[in-house]
Design a protein around this ligand. Sequence first.
Ligand code: SP5
Ligand code: ZN
Length: 346
Amino acid sequence: IPVVWSPATRRHVPRHEVWVGVPTPGTEVPERVDVILAALDGHPTYEATPHDDGFLRTVHDGELLDFLATAAEDWAAGPYQELVGQDRVVPYFFPTGALLAGMPPTPAAALHARAGSYCYDTMTLVGPGTWEAARAAVDVALTAADLVLAGDCAAYALCRPPGHHVTSHGYGGSCYLNNAAVAAEALLAAGHEKVAIVDVDAHHGNGTQAVFWERPDVRYGSLHVDPAAGWFPHVFGHASETGAGAGAGTTRNLPLPEGTGDGPWVGAVAELAEWVADCTALVVSLGVDAAGDDPESPLQVTEDGFRAAGRVLGDLGVPSVLVQEGGYDLTNLGRLVAAYLEGHAG
Ligand code: SP5
Ligand code: ZN
């Protein structure tokens, strides 16, 4: 399976994330790229080629893109470095429905107040290099889609930062641009009529679900740790969420209990595979944070589980773009991805 990556994806350095008010070390670190690349050294490797914003703008609102593209620069030009002693854009003010109370707001003038209109948590900070890395990750996904459209059975996109928590208007969950959604749009535009996205990341991909919520042409299926047990993204990922309007029935969620383990986890992957069996192209949101030693989830999946998941989805026999999402255990991350690819290749 060809591997696509970009050195620019290393440029986003989260440094820290603010969790319940406390700065904790960032987990979505540039070293993730290096350990994955090292573990995949037997695969043919390609650097991403630049792509225009077409599919990116199909998925995301222009306002969000403009904010992300300029926020770090604007922050550096403002008083913030002196004021708060750091170069990361940290939202603190969130104009949610509770504040708006039905009134039409005027966009905030201050950058520190504007961030919360796009960012929905305090963990996903924007700094120097964040935009460049996120935009490069989109090129990685689109280059992998190109390979698949040119005839490869599957291609792996080493995207970083990840993307499945980003909606058309808002970012969060260590994600800035929705790489998997952009890849799905590229497959559709190339003539695939039934595109499916299967999301095996340990967290529900609320962003991808939102992007395709009312869409009849893209199915979104996810298995993840049950948000009802207290896990991110907290308010989405329940089995009751199945799409709406023309997309009614095109979303499927399989929330799983803490400590699920290989058997039931691979069983859930198989259930989603069966659900999308008539698709003509597949995007896999390939997070490996369901792994046992991962600091961000309790699902207790092993390397063999990821290999089996790869086999199940590879057996669908449709062109597949495999997009990296989460996975934070630097010691095992590489071999988990390698095991999935081995299974998918069959
Ligand atoms: C793409 C992806 O896997 N995003 C996961 C985002 C989940 N983050 C939730 C954080 C919950 C608190 N974690 C505490 C660790 C602090 N470093
Ligand atoms: Zn995750």
